[in-house]
Design a protein around this ligand. Structure first.
Ligand code: F42
Length: 354
């Protein structure tokens, strides 16, 4: 008995140590067929990438069908829906979907919940009211549903009556009980809510300043809910581009950075020194389809504020700076680089040398 206890203590220490190391993930947008993404994800798994996050937008392929295909093609990598919103899917449907793919993936999935992209909600005629309550209530009820509980809930946004997912339950073997739930957040109130209700937070940000601002707010939310910040996985959902030739990496990143700048909120633009008139210039070039102009409109300095881009050494240095700012997972997002396969190999090298 004592020996078993000692063994567990050792294991705990080991997992504590492992969790201290920066985790790496890759984001994929299912604008490509699932089988194509599966080939990249298999390559990422072979390179030691721990997470893949699949985005959820109504104009793309369905996130859960995509995850099901990725689950069948892989054995180890964790598969996240990053992120589903509370408006286009009832939380009961979300709980059923994530539990279904978790069964297929034998317990490897994670759920991300966020307030939803404005363009997506607008396209569907959804106002996206009370996003804070919608996200917090969704996370709360999905957790209960994944335990197999019958849920009656009368919230500000979510209303359920005797809702239940029949195929999950409180057995020790039930892998759905512990599906980690992350919150996609940017604004200070949403970050605080993420600290309170999430196991992790996915932040669209690539610069240490974004995390120096976000981490104390997440901490406030976590501590108010009786948690320690160290229990939270703080993920930088970045624009990432890597290449032997730094110029090629920047060239691939800049069009993506342009879209990020064009859609950024005023406080974020201010933080990164982008004027309103410059944002308008960039948005104008995008709306005219003037994509060549974007490469000159976005300077390397602006690209550095909104992406991890450059050579292997550049990207390693930026990742180390993010670690110092409190980031515990780097999610390499679009474009990855001019050659995705080569970029995945570079990410594998970063993982082994971090
Ligand atoms: N969105 C998607 O639709 N699909 C994705 O796959 C996706 C992935 C993703 C990954 C990481 C990430 O960080 C974001 C991602 N998003 C994705 C975007 C996400 O859904 C959000 O659109 C994005 O994170 C921006 O949200 P936000 O955190 O800035 O929250 C918004 C709603 C906001 O305005 N928040 C403010 C704040 O300070 O946090 C305040 C909100 C507030 O107080 N609202 C009041 C309330 O009661 O809720 C109402 C306000 C009023 O005036 O009535």
């Amino acid at each position: 008995m004592i020996q078993k206890f000692k063994f567990l203590r050792k294991k705990e220490k080991l997992s504590e140590k492992l969790s201290e190391k920066m985790k790496f993930g890759i984001e994929f947008v299912p604008s490509d067929p699932a089988v194509k993404i599966a080939a990249y994800v298999k390559a990422a798994e072979e390179q030691g990438v721990e997470y893949v996050w699949v985005t959820d937008h109504c104009n793309n392929r369905d996130v859960y069908s995509t995850i099901a295909v990725l689950a069948s093609a892989t054995n180890k990598i964790k598969l996240g829906a990053g992120v589903t919103n509370p408006y286009t899917r009832s939380p009961v449907i979300t709980a059923s979907s994530i539990a279904s793919v978790n069964e297929i993936a034998a317990g490897r999935v994670l759920l991300g919940v966020g307030p939803g992209d404005k363009t997506t909600l607008d396209a569907l005629g959804i106002a996206g009211e009370k996003p804070l309550a919608a996200v917090k209530e969704t996370v709360t009820v999905v957790r209960e549903l994944l335990k197999g509980q019958k849920v009656t809930f009368d919230g500000e946004v979510i209303r359920l009556k005797n809702a239940k997912i029949d195929f999950v339950g409180p057995k020790k073997t039930d892998v759905c009980m512990n599906i980690p739930i992350y919150v996609g957040a940017q604004g200070p109130k949403m970050l605080e809510a993420a600290g309170a209700v999430g196991d992790g937070v996915l932040i669209n940000g690539s610069h240490p300043d974004d995390f120096k601002a976000a981490v104390p707010v997440i901490q406030k939310g976590a501590e108010a809910a009786g948690k320690n910040l160290s229990e939270m996985d703080i993920a930088a959902y970045t624009c990432f581009s890597i290449d032997d030739d730094a110029e090629k990496a920047y060239a691939a990143a800049k069009p993506v950075v342009a879209f990020i700048v064009a859609g950024a909120s005023d406080p974020i633009l201010k933080r990164h020194g982008v004027s309103e008139s410059h944002r308008e210039e960039i948005a104008g070039a995008i709306s005219k389809g003037n994509f060549k102009e974007l490469n000159s409109l976005i300077t390397d300095k602006t690209a550095d504020r909104f992406s991890i881009a450059g050579s292997y050494e550049d990207c390693m240095n930026k990742a180390k700076d993010l670690e110092k700012a409190g980031v515990t997972q780097i999610v390499a997002g679009s474009p990855l680089g001019q050659d995705k396969e080569k970029s995945i190999q570079f990410i594998g090298k970063m993982i082994s040398e971090f």
